[in-house]
Design a protein around this ligand. Structure first.
Ligand SMILES: Cc1ncc(COP(=O)(O)O)c(C=O)c1O
Length: 428
């Protein structure tokens, strides 16, 4: 479902209440809101699709809000971390070490030592990292009981999937031969056969094929090929690989035409295509599909103007407070009036610009929407994943406040907005 089905009147109600309570105002002209019931529902769907003993480790980079992660930690979920900062976030959110997966493609020796000491599962990215882990585990008593995976790049023939990708999207596929992630399947096979010592420490394999645009058949094919490698190594080379981390990558709907699949349907398809996966203790690392659709942003329109293109055609522009500092991809937009009511009127093409200091700072180009006026609110849909977590410092805008709301539309603060002084003190 892009956004939440039929949610527009409900969003209008939430904005009206936020205006009454001063959470959205002339002084606080941009905020992110999370429908916490919708989020919790996604957690239920995920845990039903991959029930215990699978470990569902949420990708922290998608949405690092400690309070939302804590809700998941309390329900037995895990955390997938890509940096020392994310390990600290996971700790703050209350994930026990045994439910944390450390995945960074570039880990320092110190970070690896920390993860080994804490008994955090590490997915090594490459042969050199695996050798370093092996050395540390041999030499340091406290490190001896690590749980170690190796990221496999199945090297999928991307040309077979060309129809799914634009040139830009191809760069987001991590499971193609030229990608910087993991060890290519064939190379991994040779590496693990030739280095017997790895069989003493390696407990898992890991794949993550890409985010959003990767077709489901491609995700499954990557997993299947790497499970084949685990089976081969266990059968023929003294390996005891017991854990298989399938990564994340399930797409969500940002627009009606986006192809997607529920966690349940994906799990059914995966286990029917890769029955050998049942031999392993499974880790999942979903992010986007958990968080994207339950979050939306409200941004006040400050000014409007009309400009002209090179053909002398008029372009109606609306200028608002959230731009490319938070929004890097297509999101559907909804316009509310200054009181939070659904805006009506004949839709006309308009372009919505953000507050940053470069001309590409546009969050909607030629969108057909009711006439936008100063004081209106632009609602940016489906911003729960990879938006504020990829915040840019351009123009040093203040980070927006983030609120959750429950079924009664009661608000809770998920993160305070930044003050100008806090922005300044970052640079001190
Ligand atoms: C290693 C790893 N696992 C999981 C994820 C989450 O992917 P998604 O949000 O598409 O589920 C990512 C995202 O880039 C990743 O790099």
């Amino acid at each position: 479902m892009p956004f939440l089905k039929n949610a527009e009147p409900a969003v209008s109600e939430v904005v009206r209440k936020a205006l009454r309570e001063g959470l959205a105002s002339a002084q606080s002209p941009a905020a992110v809101f999370f429908n916490l019931r919708a989020y919790q529902q996604k957690l239920v769907e995920l845990s039903e699709a991959f029930p215990y003993p699978a470990l569902n480790a949420l990708a922290v980079k998608t949405n690092p809000l400690v309070k939302m992660l804590k809700m998941a930690a309390d329900k037995g979920f895990g955390a997938e971390c890509a940096s020392a900062g994310e390990l600290a976030i996971a700790k703050k959110a209350g994930f026990p070490a045994g439910r944390i997966v450390f995945d960074s493609p570039v880990k320092t020796e110190q970070e690896i030592r920390y993860a080994l000491d804490e008994k955090i599962h590490i997915n090594a990215d490459n042969a050199q990292e695996l050798a370093l882990i092996c050395r540390l585990m041999k030499n340091e008593l406290s490190c001896r009981k690590g749980s170690i995976g190796l990221r496999i790049n199945p090297g999928l023939p991307l040309n077979e999937y060309n129809r799914y990708f634009s040139a830009e999207e191809r760069n987001n596929i991590t499971g193609m031969r030229s990608s910087k992630f993991g060890v290519l399947l064939g190379q991994a096979k040779a590496l693990l056969i030739q280095n017997d010592e790895f069989s003493k420490i390696l407990t898992g394999l890991h794949v993550h094929i890409g985010s959003q645009k990767s077709p489901v058949e491609m995700l499954i094919r990557g997993i299947k090929n790497a499970v084949g490698l685990a089976e081969y190594l266990n059968r023929n080379h003294n390996y005891q690989i017991r854990t298989f981390d399938i990564g994340g990558g399930l797409p969500v709907k940002y627009r009606d035409t986006d192809r997607t699949i529920s966690f349940g349907a994906f799990s059914n398809l995966l286990y029917s295509e890769v029955p050998l996966l049942r031999n392993y203790s499974v880790i999942t690392e979903f992010g986007r599909a958990v968080f994207a659709n339950s979050g939306w942003a409200a941004s006040k329109v400050e000014y409007t103007k009309t400009v002209k293109n090179e053909h002398n055609n008029e372009i109606k522009l609306a200028l608002t407070h959230i731009g490319k500092n938070m929004i890097s991809r297509y999101h559907e937009l909804l316009i509310l009036d200054s009181a939070g009511g659904l805006k009506t009127g004949a839709p006309i093409p308009q372009t919505i610009g953000g507050p940053l200091c470069f001309s590409g700072d546009l969050i909607g180009i030629n969108r057909t929407l009711p006439l936008i006026q100063p004081g209106d609110w632009v609602i940016i849909k489906d911003v729960g994943a990879y938006t504020f977590s990829e915040w840019s410092f351009n123009a040093n805008r203040r980070f927006s406040p983030i609120y959750g709301y429950n079924e009664e539309n009661n608000f809770s603060i998920l993160r305070e907005g930044q003050t100008a002084e806090e922005v300044a003190s970052f640079w001190e």
